[in-house]
Design a protein around this ligand. Structure first.
Ligand code: 13P
Length: 237
């Protein structure tokens, strides 16, 4: 069973969403996989109403590490849970860029778990030369003090590979996935599912799934096109 995640980032309007799901749902055939749409908060409820497929889950792209209180503009795990949302991405590098660190990400994972929500935890280096130590530090910090990880998914997204139009260096990525599997095993999280994200598209998904030892993919830009994303899902299915 593969996990295929669409991260829409800061994109979409109500009209776009209606048209998107008309096309996506009539083209996609999901039997065994799980498809997750991580969408902007304001569209969560609308999308939940139009998507009735049991194999499609709706996630937020972030959530607060605080329970509730004077945190203007933030959204809490209990709010997401009360709306029937399934989980959230945490620690995306586009948020780490603005100061979110792995101590905070660890709190986010714990608060999501407390409210029975799932988390997709993003890790990934910006500096290839220090890859191993960076990945080890990120994993140790974000998994600190966590015992039950059944609601958690790890996403390896090397910062240098996101939002690019290049041929993926699959040798390098394969090596990173092996390093990550070694670290999670050492930390006793050996069953943790691992996704790859960074410039995945309908043209390279075949090569990616053939080469990498992964449980699925996290797609940015190509998930915004319903035809391309349905092709990715149908291929991995
Ligand atoms: P792209 O697929 O656009 O490179 O984005 C990847 C990503 O950041 C998914 O979270």
């Amino acid at each position: 069973m593969k996990i295929i995640v669409a991260n829409w980032k800061m994109n979409g309007t109500v009209d776009y969403i209606n048209d998107y799901f008309d096309k996506f749902l009539s083209n996609v055939k999901i039997v065994d996989s799980e498809v997750i749409f991580a969408v902007p908060y304001v569209f969560l409820e609308h999308i939940k109403k139009i998507v009735k497929n049991q194999n499609i889950k709706i996630f937020a792209q972030n959530c607060s590490h605080e329970e509730n209180g004077a945190f203007t503009g933030e959204i809490s795990a209990s709010m997401l849970s009360s709306m029937g949302i399934d989980g959230s991405i945490v620690g995306h590098c586009e948020r780490r860029k603005y100061g979110e660190n792995y101590e905070i990400i660890n709190k986010k994972i714990k608060i999501l778990t407390k409210h029975n929500l799932r988390s997709i935890i993003c890790i990934g280096e910006d500096d290839k030369e220090h890859k191993e130590e960076i990945l080890e530090e990120q994993l140790e910090k974000c998994l600190y003090g966590i015992e039950n990880y059944k609601n958690m998914i790890l996403a390896y997204e090397p910062v240098w590979s996101i939002g690019k139009n290049h041929n993926l260096d699959l040798e390098e990525i394969d090596n990173s996935i092996a390093i990550i599997r070694g670290i999670v095993e050492k930390l006793k999280f050996e069953e943790l599912k691992i996704l790859y994200g960074g410039s995945v598209n309908k043209n390279n998904v075949r090569e990616i799934s053939a080469k990498l030892n992964i449980n699925g993919v996290l797609v940015g830009r190509d998930s915004l096109d319903p035809m391309n994303f349905s092709q990715i899902v149908n291929f991995l299915e």
